[in-house]
Design a protein around this ligand. Structure first.
Ligand SMILES: NC(=O)c1ccc[n+]([C@@H]2O[C@H](COP(=O)([O-])OP(=O)(O)OC[C@H]3O[C@@H](n4cnc5c(N)ncnc54)[C@H](O)[C@@H]3O)[C@@H](O)[C@H]2O)c1
Length: 407
C-alpha cells in the first residue's frame, strides 16, 4: 500500500486529554503521539534525545513512517504537539505513556535498569489521578511489579499495560485498525485504559497484565519462529540443489492451510529476536523453539557465505550487499542481518561493498558503483528499487524477491 492509498480518516476524540509520551521521539512513541494529537489530544513528547526532538520541532520526521511527513507539520500547526527533554511536564498530564526501548543485555536477559530509572522519574513527577500506560514491550510480571510499587508509595495513579503491535513504519496505517490488548493492575486502571483506546476509535480486548505481556511476547516469538521454519526449509532445499521459491509457490498456491508460511530471508530488526529472548530468558531458557529459531535465523548469513564458498574462491572477489536496513523499504539498520553478512564476508572476501538508498553511511557506495565493482551481489533487504534490478552479475536472493511473480 502506498502512502496515499493508506491515508486514514481521523475521528476526533470525545474527551481530549493532555498526554505525555516518554520515549516520544522513537519509532513507537512518535507516530503514536502524532495520531493522538491528530484526533484532538494535546501531546508532549518527552525524550532524552534533544537532536531528535529538534528535528521533530522543525517539522521533519527523523525516520521513515508512512503518512507522517504530511501529518507532522499539520499537528505542529495545531499547537497541540510539544517536545521536551524534561520530566517536569508530567505533573500537568492526564495520561502518561511509556514507549522507551526495552532491550536485552549482553547475556540476552531483559535489561531492567533504564526502565526502572524511567519509572523512578515518573514516580517523582506524577500526581494522583493520572493514568500510566506502559506501551513498551515488557517481560511477564513487570506491570504487576509496577502496580505494587505504586501502591507501596501510595501514588494513587492507575497502572496499565497496553502493548504496541504495529509493524515499524506502518504505525499510522495500523494504529486505528488493530485491536488493542488492554490490561490494568486494577479494574479501574483497565477500564480507563480501555476508554482511552476506544475513544481513539480502536476495538479493545481486555486481558490481565501478565496475559497482555505474554500476548505481545508470543506474537513476536511466533513470528520469529515462523521465519526460522522457512529459513530452515530454505537451507534444506539448498542441500538438495532444489529451488525453494518454486516449492514455496507450489505448496502455498490455492492451499489455504499454508497461508501463514513465510518467505525465507533475514529476520533481523530491533524486536523479534529481542522479544523471543526476553520470553526465553525469564522462563529458565525453556523456550527451546525460540532459541533454535535464533540459531537458524542468525545462522543464515553464514550459511549463504558457506554456500558461495563451494563454487567460488572468495578471497579474490568483491561481494556487494544490496540493502542494509533490517527489512524492505526501511531506513532502520538496528539489528539488521545485512551487517552480520558484511562481517562474515569481510573475513572471506577481498572486498565487501554495501549500498542502501535509505541509510546514509560514509562507507556505503551507490547502486551504480556496487553493480560495477562487485563480482557477486547479495540481496540484504527487499527494497522496491531492487525488484526489477537488471544485472549481469550473479545475484544471491534468499528472499526470492527479485524472481517471484506476485508482489
Ligand atoms: N519498533 C517497533 O516497530 C516496535 C513495535 C512494537 C513494540 N515496540 C516496542 O516499543 C518500545 C520502543 O521501541 P522503539 O523501536 O520505538 O525504540 P526507539 O529506540 O526508536 O525509541 C525509544 C525512544 O526512547 C528514548 N529514550 C530512551 N531512554 C529514555 C529516557 N530515560 N527518557 C526519555 N526518553 C528515553 C530514546 O531517545 C528513543 O527516542 C520497545 O519496547 C519495543 O520493543 C517496538
Amino acid at each position: 500500500m502506498n502512502a496515499q492509498e493508506g491515508q486514514t480518516e481521523t475521528t476526533q476524540v470525545q474527551h481530549p486529554l493532555r498526554v505525555a509520551i516518554i520515549g516520544g521521539g522513537g519509532h513507537v512513541g512518535l507516530p503514536f503521539g502524532l495520531a493522538l494529537c491528530d484526533c484532538g489530544h494535546t501531546v508532549t513528547l518527552v525524550d532524552l534525545n534533544e537532536a531528535q526532538l529538534d528535528t521533530i520541532r522543525s517539522g521533519q520526521m527523523p525516520f521513515q513512517e508512512i503518512n507522517a511527513d504530511q501529518l507532522l507539520p499539520r499537528v505542529l500547526e495545531s499547537g497541540r504537539l510539544h517536545c521536551s527533554t524534561s520530566f517536569t511536564a508530567l505533573s500537568e498530564q492526564d495520561v502518561i505513556i511509556v514507549t522507551i526501548g526495552t532491550p536485552v543485555d549482553e547475556y540476552l536477559d531483559p535489561s531492567l535498569r533504564a526502565f526502572d530509572q524511567v519509572m523512578e522519574d515518573v514516580f517523582q513527577h506524577c500526581r494522583p489521578g493520572q493514568l500510566l500506560i506502559i506501551r513498551s514491550t515488557v517481560f511477564p510480571g513487570v506491570t504487576q511489579r509496577l502496580g505494587r510499587l505504586v501502591a507501596e508509595r501510595d501514588l494513587q495513579i492507575d497502572v496499565s499495560y497496553c502493548p504496541e503491535r504495529i509493524a515499524q513504519g506502518r504505525a499510522l496505517l495500523e494504529l486505528t485498525q488493530l485491536p488493542q490488548l488492554v490490561s490494568g493492575c486494577t479494574p479501574q486502571a483497565a477500564q480507563r485504559a480501555a476508554s482511552f483506546f476506544s475513544d481513539f476509535g480502536q476495538e479493545v480486548i481486555e486481558l490481565s497484565p501478565v496475559e497482555a505481556e505474554l500476548g505481545k511476547l508470543f506474537t513476536n516469538s511466533y513470528r520469529y519462529i515462523n521465519f526460522a521454519i522457512s529459513n530452515q526449509f530454505y537451507m534444506l532445499a539448498q542441500r538438495y540443489e532444489a529451488d525453494f521459491d518454486r516449492i514455496y509457490h507450489a505448496i502455498t498456491y490455492k492451499y489455504p492451510r499454508m497461508n501463514g508460511f513465510a518467505r525465507a530471508g533475514f529476520a533481523g530488526g530491533p524486536c523479534l529476536l529481542k522479544d523471543t529472548m526476553q520470553l526465553a530468558s525469564f522462563n529458565h531458557n525453556l523456550l527451546t523453539l525460540g532459541q533454535t529459531a535464533m540459531a537458524v535465523n542468525e545462522g543464515l548469513p553464514g550459511f549463504i557465505v558457506e554456500r558461495l564458498k563451494k563454487n567460488h574462491d572468495l578471497t579474490g572477489l568483491t561481494v556487494g550487499i544490496l540493502g542494509m536496513g533490517f527489512k524492505g523499504n526501511c531506513d532502520d539498520p538496528r539489528s539488521s542481518l545485512s551487517y552480520k553478512l558484511r562481517k562474515v564476508l569481510t573475513l572471506e572476501c577481498r572486498r565487501v561493498l554495501c549500498t542502501d538508498p535509505f541509510i546514509d553511511s560514509s562507507d556505503f557506495v551507490s547502486l551504480e558503483t556496487i553493480q560495477q565493482e562487485s563480482d557477486i551481489l547479495i540481496l540484504g533487504a527487499c527494497h522496491d528499487e531492487y525488484r526489477s534490478l537488471q544485472t549481469t552479475k550473479p545475484l544471491i536472493d534468499v528472499f526470492g524477491f527479485t524472481t517471484r511473480q506476485e508482489p
